[in-house]
Write a protein that binds this ligand. Structure first.
Ligand code: ADP
Length: 223
């Protein structure tokens, strides 16, 4: 089996930015790897995710329960694994993912009460890894950002890219809850937490990148 490294974080935490920098740096270093971004919005396998995020099942995230919504996202990953990266990974390839099962833990785990989350996390592991057969990651880097700062970054991204926030991104109390759940998930699953803010401000992008790169090269050095 190969190696699988995942970048996770709440919406607007800087995942895409850091994922781009990481993949650029590894390409420059001459490494061979496969790059995955979830959800795969352009693929048919994400149809139910798009309906959910567009509000077709209700305009609030809680209108679709954690287990149903998790299934939508898991199926999209299953399709990608079967069609795109299974053989490469099984032959020892390196796979880097922007989001993964970890996103269900953060975003859907937020819909269950805190005391039920450990059971939800166990269900998720069993469903995606044991039953669907998706590979568990070797390393998860979790970008932790205070919600006040992510909100500003999300609005910035809307302006920069001329896009609109989806039902998750629009809902501030939900984003706040996701941060709490993300920290709980990081503890439960043993993710590496990257604290992206310092004294109420975001740390510089290159500094966060260096921390991520160090952890990734460390993981790649382990057999
Ligand atoms: P995500 O993929 O987690 O939703 P993005 O990488 O798209 O987040 O970042 C959201 C916005 O915040 C973008 O406009 C990005 O340029 C900006 N951003 C990312 N990281 C930082 C940082 N460390 N400091 C300031 N702004 C940042």
């Amino acid at each position: 089996m190969g190696k699988h490294i995942v970048l996770e974080g709440t919406d607007g935490s800087g995942k895409s930015t850091q994922f781009r920098l990481l993949t650029q740096r590894l390409t420059e270093a001459g490494l061979d790897f496969q790059r995955l971004v979830f959800p795969q919005y352009k693929e048919e396998s994400s149809a139910l995710i798009r309906m959910y995020l567009n509000g077709d099942f209700g305009s609030h995230p809680e209108d679709v329960n954690a287990y149903a919504a998790s299934a939508f996202y898991a199926v999209d990953r299953y399709a990608s694994y079967q069609r795109v990266w299974k053989d490469y990974y099984r032959q020892g390839g390196l796979v880097l993912s922007d989001r993964y099962t970890t996103s269900n833990a953060v975003h859907q785990g937020s819909k269950v009460p805190p005391e039920e989350r450990p059971a939800f996390f166990r269900w998720l592991t069993e469903f995606e890894f044991d039953r669907l057969g998706l590979p568990a990651p070797d390393l998860v880097l979790y970008l932790d950002v205070p919600t006040e700062l992510t909100e500003a970054m999300l609005r910035q991204r809307e302006t920069d890219t001329n896009t609109h926030a989806d039902i998750h991104e629009k809902d501030l109390p939900y984003l706040r809850l996701c941060r709490e759940t993300g920290r709980q998930a990081a503890e439960a699953y043993g993710w590496k937490v990257i604290s992206c803010a310092e004294k109420g401000r975001m740390r510089p992008i290159p500094e966060i990148h260096e921390e991520i790169y160090r952890l990734v090269t460390q993981c790649l050095g382990e057999s």
